[in-house]
Design a protein around this ligand. Structure first.
Ligand SMILES: Nc1nc2c(c(=O)[nH]1)N[C@H]1C(S)=C(S)[C@@H](COP(=O)(O)O)O[C@H]1N2
Ligand SMILES: [Mo]
Length: 524
C-alpha cells in the first residue's frame, strides 16, 4: 500500500512537472515576444476582468497590494491540482493523460485569444506549452512505468525470494537513476525558464537613454516640504518609486516608443496621430498635480503628488478640431483597456495633459510609459489613462469604458480629504512635545484650512506647509503636548471655496470614499 502511494505521488509529481515545464517555457517565450501572450498571465487577467465589483472591492480592501500575488497563487494552485490528477491518470492511460494535459493548456489559450489586441503571434507561447507539456508527461510516465516494471521482476520470481539477481538490481537502479535525473533536469529547466523569463521582462522594461525634453516655462523648484522638519509627514513630492500604482495589469505593458503612436479620432475635424518624438518636440509644460485613486479609503495611501511633464491636452484636441456632438473622451490603452473622461475637463482651462515625464524623469513603465493622461481633479479611473494610445471623441450615450461598465460613477471629481500621517494609528508614542501631521488635498479648489481635533475637543487650526497650487496637496502639522493615556485624533480640511470636508461616511464604490479620519494612539 505504501509503495502504491509512493508511486501515485511520483505520477502526480510527473503531471505537475509536465504542466510546470510547459507553462514556464511558455512564459519565457512570452517574455521574449510580448508578456500579454503568456498563458499564465492571460488567465489571471481574465479572472480579474470577470470578478464582480463587490468581490474586487473586498479583495482590494482585505488583501491590499497582495491581491495580485494571491490571485496568481490561486490560479497556480488550481492548475497544480489538475496537473497532479492528470499525472495519476496518465500512469495507466497515457494517451488520455496527454490529451487532458493539452486541454489544461488550451484553457488559458482561450484567455489569450479573448484579449482585445490579440494577434495570431500571441498563440506561440501556448503552442510551446501544448507540445512541451504532454511530451514531458509521456516521457516521465514511461520512465516511471519502466522503473516499476523492473521493480516488479523479483516479485514475479517468488522462487528466489531473498536473492536479487544482479542484473535486475542494476536495471532497477539505473531506471531509478533515469527517473531521478529526468525529474531533476526538468525541474532545473523550468526554474531556468521562469527566472530567465523574469530577467528578460526586466531587461526589456529598462528604458534606455531617454531624457525629458526641455520645458518651455519651467516651474520654480518645489519648496522644501515639512517632512524635513517633522518625521513621519508624507514628503511634499512623492518619490517615483513610492508612488502608488493601480491598474488592471498583471504584467506591465512593454511599449516600444518608436512604434507607439497617439491617435485622436471620433468626432473631430481631422484625425491626428502623434509619435513619441512629435510629443517630445512640441513645447512641453510642467504641472504639480496630486493623483488620487477612487479606491482610496479615508486615511488610505492611494494618493501621490508629482510634477508632471508633457503637452497640454487642450492643444492637441484643438489641433484636431473638436466636433460639437462629443461630450466624452474615450481613451484606450495599448491593450484595449478604456477610460472615459468628461470632454469638459479637457477644455475648461484646467491643466489636463498628456504626460511623458514624472518628477523630472521619463515616465516609468508602471506609470504609463511612453505617455499617459493626467487630468487634475478627477480620480485616476476617469482621467489618468496609462499607456494611452487613442483618444476618441464620442458621447456618453454611445460608448462606455471599463470601470463605468462596472457601475462606477461616470463623472468622478476627487472628494476633498485629509490624512493623519503621524502619529500612526494605534501606535504608542512617548509623552511630551510632539506634532500631529499629515497631508490634505482639494484638487481644483485648493486647500484653505486644516483642523485637528483631540479627544473630541474643539477643532484647532493646523499650520500648513508650502503651496504648489490648487491641484497639489498641502502638508500640515499641529504641535501637541501628548499626555499619558489613550487619545483620539481627527482631521478635516476646508477648501478655498469654503467647502468643508464631509463627515458622511461613504465607501469607495461608486464615486469615492468620504468621512473624516479618526485614529487612536496611546501615549506614555
Ligand atoms: N491603462 C490603464 N490606465 C489606468 C488604469 C488602468 O488600470 N489601466 N488605472 C487607473 C487608476 S484606477 C488609477 S488610480 C491611476 C493610477 O495611476 P498610477 O498607477 O500611476 O498611480 O491610473 C489609472 N490609469
Ligand atoms: Mo484608481
Amino acid at each position: 500500500m505504501r509503495r502504491l502511494n509512493r508511486r501515485t505521488i511520483a505520477h502526480a509529481a510527473a503531471g505537475v512537472l509536465a504542466g510546470v515545464v510547459g507553462m514556464s517555457v511558455a512564459h519565457l517565450t512570452a517574455a521574449l515576444l510580448t508578456p500579454a501572450s503568456s498563458p499564465a498571465l492571460a488567465v489571471g487577467t481574465a479572472v480579474i476582468n470577470a470578478t464582480p465589483t463587490p468581490v474586487k472591492e473586498w479583495a482590494v480592501r482585505e488583501l491590499g497590494y497582495a491581491d495580485k500575488p494571491i490571485l496568481i497563487g490561486s490560479v497556480l494552485l488550481g492548475t497544480i491540482a489538475f496537473a497532479a490528477a492528470i499525472g495519476v491518470v496518465a500512469r495507466r492511460r497515457l494517451r488520455l493523460g496527454a490529451v487532458l494535459l493539452a486541454g489544461l493548456v488550451l484553457l488559458p489559450a482561450a484567455a489569450v485569444v479573448l484579449q482585445p489586441l490579440f494577434k495570431i503571434s500571441y498563440l506561440i507561447p501556448t503552442l510551446v506549452a501544448l507540445v512541451l507539456g504532454p511530451a514531458v508527461l509521456v516521457f516521465l510516465t514511461r520512465a516511471l512505468n519502466a522503473g516499476q516494471a523492473s521493480e516488479h521482476t523479483p516479485e514475479h520470481a517468488p522462487e528466489q525470494p531473498t536473492v536479487h539477481p544482479p542484473d535486475g538490481d542494476s536495471e532497477r537502479l539505473s531506471s531509478r537513476r533515469n527517473v531521478l535525473v529526468g525529474f531533476g533536469a526538468l525541474t532545473l529547466l523550468s526554474a531556468a525558464a521562469a527566472v530567465g523569463g523574469e530577467m528578460v521582462v526586466r531587461s526589456r522594461a529598462a528604458i534606455a537613454n531617454l531624457k525629458l525634453p526641455r520645458v518651455g516655462k519651467p516651474l520654480p523648484a518645489l519648496a522644501t516640504g515639512l517632512e524635513e522638519k517633522y518625521d513621519g509627514i508624507s514628503s511634499f513630492r512623492t518619490p517615483n518609486r513610492d508612488f502608488y500604482r493601480v491598474d488592471t495589469k498583471l504584467a506591465v505593458p512593454i511599449v516600444d516608443q518608436d512604434s507607439w503612436t497617439l491617435t485622436i479620432d471620433g468626432d473631430v475635424e481631422r484625425e491626428l496621430t502623434f509619435s513619441y518624438d512629435d510629443l517630445r518636440e512640441r513645447e512641453n509644460v510642467e504641472h504639480d498635480i496630486t493623483l488620487t485613486c477612487v479606491s482610496n479609503e479615508v486615511g488610505g495611501k492611494l494618493v501621490g503628488a508629482a510634477r508632471w511633464t508633457g503637452v497640454p491636452l487642450k492643444d492637441l484636441l484643438e489641433e484636431a478640431g473638436v466636433g460639437d456632438r462629443a461630450d466624452q473622451i474615450l481613451s484606450t490603452d495599448v491593450e484595449g483597456f478604456t477610460i472615459s473622461t468628461p470632454l469638459e475637463a479637457a477644455l475648461d482651462g484646467r491643466n489636463a495633459m498628456i504626460a511623458i515625464g514624472m518628477n523630472g524623469e521619463v515616465l516609468s513603465r508602471s506609470h504609463g510609459f511612453p505617455a499617459r493622461l493626467v487630468v487634475p481633479g478627477l480620480y485616476g479611473y476617469v482621467g489618468a489613462t496609462k499607456w494611452v494610445t487613442k483618444l476618441t471623441l464620442t458621447r456618453y450615450d454611445t460608448a462606455t469604458a471599463y470601470w463605468t461598465d462596472r457601475d462606477w460613477a461616470t463623472d468622478a471629481p476627487i472628494k476633498l480629504s485629509s490624512r493623519i500621517d503621524t502619529p500612526r494609528p494605534l501606535s504608542n508614542i512617548p509623552a511630551g512635545r510632539t506634532v500631529i501631521g499629515g497631508v490634505a488635498w482639494a484638487q481644483q479648489h485648493g486647500v484653505a484650512k486644516v483642523e485637528v481635533r483631540v479627544d473630541g475637543g474643539r477643532w484647532q487650526q493646523a499650520e500648513l506647509g508650502p503651496d504648489a497650487g490648487i491641484d497639489y496637496w498641502r502638508q500640515w502639522y499641529l504641535p501637541w503636548v501628548a499626555e499619558p493615556g489613550s487619545h483620539q485624533l481627527a482631521v478635516r480640511v476646508t477648501d478655498r471655496d469654503g467647502t468643508l470636508q464631509s463627515t458622511d461616511r461613504a465607501t469607495p464604490f461608486p464615486d469615492g470614499s468620504s468621512g473624516i479620519q479618526e485614529i487612536v494612539v496611546t501615549v506614555g
